[in-house]
Design a protein around this ligand. Sequence first.
Ligand SMILES: [Fe+2]
Ligand SMILES: [Fe+2]
Length: 183
Amino acid sequence: MGATEALREDHRLAWRLEALIVACCERLEAGGDVPLGDIEAISGVIDGFMDAVHHAREENTYFACVGAYGMASEIRAFLIEHEFARRVAAKVARHAARWRAGEDAREPVCRFLRAYATFLRDHMTKEEAFFDEAEEALSAEEEAEMRDYFAAAGPDAAAARRAEEAIAALEAAPWSQGGAVRR
Ligand SMILES: [Fe+2]
Ligand SMILES: [Fe+2]
């Protein structure tokens, strides 16, 4: 597996996260209940995996390497979208904290989670087409070198494992049944 495939692997986890977010919002908007702890777990996966691991892999390593082959406008757009996603994620965390403090923050939590799910769908669809193109340009050595670099970052591997466990636990929660596995 090269670096491109490793990023596709991250995306497979992110698509599961997207489905969970949609299921969570649908439940809340229908007046149902989703435990706040589960929403905090979603927020934890967004911050601890999507941003700290996946976006960092793309920004610090992959885009930097692929940029040598051109595709600068696509990369610039992806970086702006990552920045947008960080702001949305911060809003989710802030309103979840208000909810934790006893305020009624369900509506903004839902609104920003919906925005995050929309970001995920749009961004990952474009990026996956970009990965196909980048894979053609990258040499086998570059793919292997970046993959080894990802693998050498021990805390990232641990964070990815934790995210996978958190997602599997959320998929087993009663509120996500039937809504979380669409892909
Ligand atoms: Fe990205
Ligand atoms: Fe990505």
